[in-house]
Design a protein around this ligand. Sequence first.
Ligand SMILES: [Cu+2]
Length: 126
Amino acid sequence: MRVLLLACALAASNAQARSFTVTANADMTFSPAQIEIYQGDSIHFVNNGGLHNVRADDGSFTCALDCNLHNAPSSQPWQVSVRFNRLGTIGYYCDQHGDLTSGMRGSVTVIDRILVAGFEKVFLPE
Ligand SMILES: [Cu+2]
């Protein structure tokens, strides 16, 4: 009789979601410019000085004072939180100092969080 071991994986709940701060800086950078997070985590974007906003390359968010009507570059000390649920790397930039390919840019890489909950034996017929 052949035996197969199958991993039974469960995605972790969002109860453990984390938040990380990325600042928009007076020297026209984001820091950290690259960050890796788990699915469901959030980035807290903070204007640390200057006329900035954050716009996702894929258009999924554009934020400054908020992520709706007041998303144009602002020199106010704004801060917004964006949650990332889609896997992959998403670039973003400041409309005032960057664009899709250069200038004031950053990226968020969202990776899967898998917990191996157990193993299950499956007995196959000969
Ligand atoms: Cu800017």
